[in-house]
Design a protein around this ligand. Structure first.
Ligand SMILES: [Zn+2]
Length: 81
């Protein structure tokens, strides 16, 4: 499957191949590298341990910001509404 450059720009970086990432502009490539590094870190995590990072005010509105203590994975959930 071959995507056009326009399609590559609109595709989430997690779905792009190395060849496709190489066609992005420098900012897009930098973002893709960060994304890949984060995914690799999350995948290497021995087991996510969620810690709450929401302020009291956010938690009161049902917005429970959180992340993994070990790898930093975003583990936010929203119990509002
Ligand atoms: Zn983790």
């Amino acid at each position: 499957m071959t995507r056009t450059l326009d399609e590559i720009r609109r595709t989430p970086v997690g779905l792009l191949s190395e060849e496709e990432i190489a066609q992005l502009d420098p900012r897009g490539q930098a973002y893709a590298r960060l994304f890949q590094a984060r995914k690799a870190r999350e995948a290497a995590c021995p087991g996510h341990e969620r810690v709450e990072t929401a302020t009291r005010e956010q938690a009161n509105r049902g917005w429970h910001r959180g992340e993994c203590r070990l790898c930093g994975k975003d583990m936010t959930y929203d119990s509002g509404d």
